[in-house]
Design a binder for this molecule. Structure first.
Ligand code: SF4
Length: 227
């Protein structure tokens, strides 16, 4: 196992909590298990990275450079975002979001990662100040993108248009830790007989937001394609 991964004890607790919440099929317990896991990973990363090292993370409020990529979410992550939106947006704002999701869904349908980048269309949740408007419930994979140099990110995006590749120096501890949590969650959910595969954020929300009780669909074991 590479050094840049989460410790076995932490993963065991995260697994146990998630398994328990899935067995009980209670959305609040599931959300609590997810919030607990996210806080544990945040805490572990903070403890393992000296302040000097953290200073080298370029990602911060006001930089949405990378928010033009395909982002994958697990079903419970999408449910968490849907609940957040329902609790924080007015009915009118929700209606407008559904319309914009529909447009984005059709514009990006079938695009691979490179084609999506080339489109240069920002995520619907990136606000005018280049901040993530769903920051507290943002997907795990958004958390995993931690660049050491914002200029590298801009160069990398520009080079896509030229058909070239430009490297981005990443914080591997952050990247691999969040990806490890993402993989673990997917495996545990799948082992519980539920949909453990990821879906594009836009597609997931386009499908789930209009549903009256999206969590009931999850608990039924429905797969993404049958929605
Ligand atoms: S959810 Fe937030 S962090 Fe993720 S791509 Fe969208 S705006 Fe960026």
């Amino acid at each position: 196992m590479p050094e840049a991964t989460l410790c076995i004890d932490l993963l065991a607790v995260v697994r146990k909590n998630l398994e328990e919440s899935l067995r009980r099929k209670e959305i609040r317990r599931l959300e609590s298990a997810m919030a607990d896991a996210l806080a544990r990973v945040d805490g572990a990363l903070f403890a393992r990275q000296p302040a000097k090292e953290r200073e080298h993370i370029a990602c911060r409020a006001g930089c949405g450079t990378c928010c033009v990529v395909n982002v994958g979410v697990l079903y419970p992550e999408a449910l968490r975002i849907v609940r957040h939106l329902q609790q924080t947006l007015t009915p009118e704002a929700l209606h407008q979001l559904r319309q914009r999701l529909g447009e984005m869904y059709h514009q990006t349908l079938g695009l691979d990662d490179e084609e999506r980048l080339f489109l240069r269309k920002p995520c619907l949740f990136l606000d005018a100040a280049q901040n993530c408007s769903i920051y507290t419930v943002r997907p795990i994979l958004c958390r995993s993108v931690t660049s050491a140099n914002a200029e590298d990110c801009r160069d990398a995006l520009a080079s896509v248009a030229l058909g070239e590749e430009s490297p981005v120096l990443m914080n591997l501890l952050q990247k691999e830790s969040w990806e490890q949590l993402f993989t673990l969650w997917g495996e545990v959910i799948e082992a519980a007989g539920l949909e453990g595969r990821s879906q594009r954020l836009v597609t997931a929300l386009y499908q789930l937001l209009p549903q009256a009780e999206p969590e009931e669909i999850f608990w039924s074991g429905a797969r993404w394609r049958s929605l």
